[in-house]
Design a protein around this ligand. Structure first.
Ligand code: ATP
Ligand code: MG
Length: 561
């Protein structure tokens, strides 16, 4: 069952795991989530680790957290820490099984010597460019390196000297000796080690040769006795190579299963590109609420439950596709509807003076905290002679079907009274500055004892008690559904939406001052919000998580333009 109580559909990955257990290929399930610590996690990673941790849990197994840290120049402990925070925040736990590919560097080195000794790897002096060129194409076989025939003794000697630091960066590589004519280019003598005199965030300067991802990944899985190594489709073509390595070494053989990456409209899913947005200042950091990172979504007001429910709704398939961002928004809406504290907030205030209400009097009216959750109770909202309502809730000349306030018309103020607009006050330029209204004391709480009806209920705040709150209204970061689709010579930054952030100071009922950062809110009729992590009582800041209603209609409109 997912968080909404719907049964989790089974999928091909779970079917494979079930078959493997039934047929005894593996006796227990062990999975892993293997991020490279070169950026913050995004929601695509959440899909991946929901599958990794989810399957382990469902089959009574374990899931490890393993950092694939084979690339010292791009990695950093800041990323390691953020990844751990995000996985934990999503509600998953790896106990003490926190592993690093870099912990396996000595073992990987020993295995490399074993392959050399067995005549299955050699030291090659071609440059990276020459290796790339000699590997051939899909239609042409590769050309053997002139160094392919070196003797075992020479290879061992050179490899040891590579490790000892005798050669400069890029001077030599260690390559697997497989098949230069293989239809799978990954099998054409792939590089296993490169020389890189770089300081690693964990191993320091202990190494100046670093394993390639393809050499490290499968063996790391094997060392941890991972039964099911679940990854995205781009690794399908690497699977024969991973199999070849474990078979040559005669070590534990995991089963790799690939699924389709998550893509979502109006955003990007690549750490490299997200990093560009951060480093070039297009957003305010990795946790900018416009980012598809987990830290951004968290700051935006997304809950782990909403993200998990989204992941179970999209399911696991082998078909590459793009999910409408509306699906993600629907998931958070459904979740916040159940948990958000309701408040009244006026974004664009219009002053209302109740001419028949006594001056200097404040009443405390009862308001419901969450109509979806009786246990959330009620709160007091101050009411007085001067109020703010929303500018758009008044029209001097109401069009047909506009039922809100207009001259001579009566409406309900939520949790308060009926009011009638008696007079419109304007400044010298003809702008409306104030409405003078009367209220009906008999309608306290919102209903008329004589049974008369009104067609609209408006939210409001007492002018004397309103708290100014900086609200950050977000739109999509990109103006087009697929920001990666660019003409030649241009990149995704051309599609950035210049209006993705608008700041509006709202007038909010004073209850907001009692709430802690991170709290989920619904500003009635306005949307779901969340108090920003930097919000303080002296300067409250609220991020708009999502509008109240589905924006699918808007998306369709935008796409037709
Ligand atoms: P990126 O291009 O964003 O850096 P990556 O695949 O290089 O992604 P890793 O840190 O290597 O990022 O990924 C860790 C795991 O998360 C891998 O198993 C990878 O397949 C998975 N993953 C990454 N992006 C997605 C995505 N968009 N959808 C589903 N799984 C993903
Ligand atoms: Mg990567």
């Amino acid at each position: 069952m997912d968080d909404s109580g719907a049964p989790v559909a089974t999928d091909f990955v779970r079917e494979f795991v079930k078959d493997d257990l039934r047929e005894g290929r593996y006796t227990r399930v062990c999975t892993r989530f293997p991020p490279e610590p070169n950026g913050y996690l995004h929601i695509g990673h959440a899909k991946a680790f929901s599958i990794d941790f989810g399957i382990a849990e469902e089959f009574g197994g374990l899931c490890n957290l393993r950092f694939d840290d084979t690339n010292p120049t791009k990695e950093d402990v800041e990323y390691v820490d953020s990844i751990k925070d995000d996985v934990r925040w999503m509600g998953f736990d790896w106990d003490d099984r926190e592993y690093y590919a870099s912990d396996y560097f000595p073992q990987l080195y020993t295995w490399a010597e074993q392959l050399i000794t067995d005549g299955k790897a050699y030291v090659c002096d071609l440059t990276a460019d020459e290796v790339a060129k000699s590997r051939g194409t899909l239609t042409e076989p590769g050309k053997a390196s002139p160094y392919r025939t070196r003797t075992v003794a020479e290879n061992l000697d050179l490899f040891r000297r590579m490790k000892a630091g005798e050669f400069p960066d890029g001077a030599r590589t260690l390559r697997a000796k497989i098949d230069m004519a293989s239809p799978n280019i990954n099998m054409r003598d792939p590089v296993m080690y490169r020389i890189l005199h770089a300081t690693h965030h964990r191993t320091g300067d202990a190494w100046c040769i670093y394993p390639m991802y393809d050499w490290a990944h499968g063996q790391s899985d094997s060392i941890e006795q991972i039964s099911h190594s679940i990854c995205t489709l781009e690794f399908e073509i690497h699977r024969p190579l991973y199999n070849w390595f474990v078979e040559q070494l005669g070590i534990f053989h995991p089963r790799q299963i690939e699924f389709a990456r998550l893509n979502i409209t109006y955003t990007l899913m690549s750490k490299r590109k997200l990093r560009r947005l951060v480093e070039d200042g297009y957003v305010n950091g990795w946790d900018d609420p416009r980012m598809p990172t987990l830290s951004g979504l968290r700051r935006r007001g997304y809950t782990p439950e909403a993200i998990r429910s989204f992941c179970s709704r999209i399911g696991v398939t082998k078909i590459d596709g793009v999910v409408e961002i509306g699906m993600l928004e629907d998931a958070v809406r459904d979740d916040l509807n159940k948990r958000a504290q309701r408040l009244m907030a006026v974004l664009r205030p219009l002053k209302v003076v109740l001419t028949n209400y006594p001056e200097g009097v404040t009443e405390e009216l009862d308001a419901v905290n969450n109509p979806e959750d009786a246990a959330a109770g009620t709160r007091k909202v101050p009411f007085g002679r001067e109020l703010h309502i929303e500018q758009e809730d008044f029209r001097e000349e109401p069009p047909p079907k506009y039922f809100r306030l207009a001259p001579g018309r009566e409406v309900r103020l939520r949790y308060a009274y009926f009011i009638r607009c008696e007079e419109v006050v304007k400044d010298a330029d003809g702008n409306i500055t104030e409405l003078r209204c009367t209220y009906d004391p008999a309608t306290r709480g919102g209903d008329a004892p004589d049974g008369r009806k009104v067609k609209a209920t408006l939210h409001w705040v007492s002018a004397a008690h309103a708290v100014p709150v900086e609200t950050r209204q977000y739109d999509y970061l990109f103006r087009v559904p697929n920001p990666e689709d660019t003409p030649e010579g241009q990149d995704f930054t051309m599609h950035l939406n210049p209006d993705s952030l608008t700041v509006i100071t709202a007038q909010v009922e004073p209850f907001i001052e009692t709430l802690a950062p991170g709290m989920s809110l619904q500003f009635e009729r306005q949307g779901y919000f969340c108090l920003d992590k930097d919000s303080t009582p002296a300067h409250p800041v609220a991020n708009r998580t999502v509008s109240l209603r589905s924006s699918w209609a808007n998306i369709e409109k935008k796409m037709q333009k």
